[in-house]
Design a protein around this ligand. Structure first.
Ligand code: CIZ
Ligand code: SF4
Length: 304
């Protein structure tokens, strides 16, 4: 692959400063191309817990960079755009979680990793869409308080009927605006296409899908399917990976606006600036790291 000047500069900086670049599927293709590891948030947190380099450059949103810092506190973690934050991560407060906990016995607080370090610190275990069902099933508690994403929570709950769920009303603006009407319109335009969606979409959209699952799951389904045409109900960046892995298949976004503006704040220029200046880097108080590490590590252990 032919790299441009900015990309070559990043490759050079990686060597000079013993850095690895981790990129989420939702960042633009040119940034994914300079990454040592590209994946969903579960994969990236596992990589961050194991990787050897001195510096991690997290091309994603703040909670991903925080998770990397929590799992590898001795490393310098750079987040190239300080304002790349996930709105869902702030949609529940520590006080709300404590109140619910105080009102229920035998309750596990299960926290989607799309959350602040503070919220993780209030939780019993973290999950992502790639491992939530397996982890919730393995918990000894009968009652589950799932934060912050209601849509993902309901998707998990349907697969673990033996547990009682409480939900919180968090949502992802990039996925939750997609509607059944959008599905109907897209299917009219592409009648042979299979619909693959992320469970952050509303239940009415998930119900109409041929497959609903994590980003890694969507990529696996597309790879293994014999179908040739797909409608994709998740962030636009995933279409780059789908097309790259499956040059013989066609992928269409369910809606042209399924774009996460925060992920798109990560640009090659900002990656270079962060690597050259060492700023912005993630800082968390030692106590916050300690509190949030337990649920994150429990996630890694329970999803082995
Ligand atoms: O929407 C997101 O931020 C997702 C799906 C993250 C991830 O990779 O789990
Ligand atoms: Fe947050 Fe949604 Fe963007 Fe993911 S796609 S980072 S959940 S706003």
């Amino acid at each position: 692959m032919q790299m441009n000047e900015k990309q070559l500069r990043i490759l050079k900086l990686k060597k000079e400063m013993d850095a690895v670049v981790l990129a989420h599927y939702y960042v633009t293709g040119d940034v994914q191309e300079v990454a040592d590891y590209v994946g969903d948030s579960f994969y990236l947190s596992r990589v961050a817990s194991r990787v050897q380099a001195k510096t991690i450059v997290m091309c994603g949103v703040r909670f991903m960079a925080e998770s990397a810092k929590i799992l590898s506190p001795e490393k310098n973690v750079l987040l190239p755009a300080a304002d790349a934050d996930c709105p869902m991560a702030h949609m529940v407060t520590a006080g709300q979680v404590r109140r619910v906990r105080a009102q229920h016995e035998d309750l596990a607080v299960v926290c989607y990793v799309n959350s602040t370090a503070e919220l993780k610190g209030e939780s019993d275990v973290c999950v992502t869409s790639a491992n939530a069902v397996q982890i919730v099933r393995a918990l000894p508690n009968r009652q589950i308080y799932f934060i912050p994403d209601e849509n993902l929570g309901r998707f998990i709950a349907a697969q673990v009927p033996e547990k009682q769920f409480l939900f919180h009303q968090g949502f992802c603006p990039t996925h939750a605006f997609l509607s059944a009407e959008d599905v109907k319109a897209a299917r009219r335009a592409h009648p042979d296409a299979l619909l693959l969606v992320h469970p952050e979409c509303r239940p009415e959209v998930v119900e109409l899908a041929n497959y609903a699952g994590s980003t890694a799951g969507i990529l696996r389904f597309a790879r293994e399917s014999r179908a040739k045409t797909f409608l994709i109900g998740t962030e636009h960046g995933v279409l780059y990976d789908l097309a790259k892995e499956n040059p013989d298949k066609c992928f269409y976004p369910l809606h042209p606006k399924q774009i996460c503006p925060n992920m798109k704040r990560i640009t090659l220029e900002k990656v270079i600036r962060a690597m050259e200046s060492g700023f912005p880097s993630v800082f968390l108080e030692e106590e916050e790291i300690q509190r949030a590490r337990r649920p994150l590590q429990r996630m890694l252990e329970l999803s082995k």
